[in-house]
Design a protein around this ligand. Sequence first.
Ligand SMILES: [Fe+2]
Ligand SMILES: [Fe+2]
Length: 233
Amino acid sequence: MSAAVPQFDESVARLRPEQRHALARYWARRARSELGARSGFAVIERALASAPSAPVVRELAAQALADERRHAQLCLELAALYGGRSVPTPTPAPFDAPRYGVEPELEALLQVIGMCCVNESLAVVFLQACVPSVESPQLRAVQRRHLADEVQHARLGWAHLAWVPAGLRARAREWVAPLIDTQRSAWRERVATLPEEGYPGHGLPPRAVIEAELMSAVDRVLVPGFAYLGVRV
Ligand SMILES: [Fe+2]
Ligand SMILES: [Fe+2]
């Protein structure tokens, strides 16, 4: 990652101590969930290895595995910047890999749809809502770099979905709406833990803004994306 978290930032220094602590706690929690995402990509990597997949998609999965670890480190550095002291590496957020009990090609496709097409696309929408208002140019650059990685993680999913035979996509169809529902609920729960007014200058808009962006993304991004590839949800 070219953009690094600075040791000092003027916009952070201007915050009150309780605001700094709240943001430090937020970034420490984000580090934990990035490590959980890494566990998810370990599952994706195995699933893609056990089913036909394009080399570029397998490369993207390996890259995503490395990215999520880097994202966790980045979040820990942000927690340290806001909190004024280093933060130990947390245990990863639990990742219960769903098991669909279907043949390997469909199993891999469903894992990829849930983790990448849906979850990572929503992660992109979340970061798009958060990043532009970051006041500090250095911190905004750090978060833009993070956003760019998440775009690649979502692309992995859409690329795999486009690559598999149309018959396999058709068999995945009935699973897609429940997968969207599950991920939407998970994101809603996550957003409910965020501060109501947010800290817009620090990458956290008011909670209602984030929730509205995420919920509308289902109709703006996910449903058209699946429809484009012939998967009518
Ligand atoms: Fe990430
Ligand atoms: Fe990601």
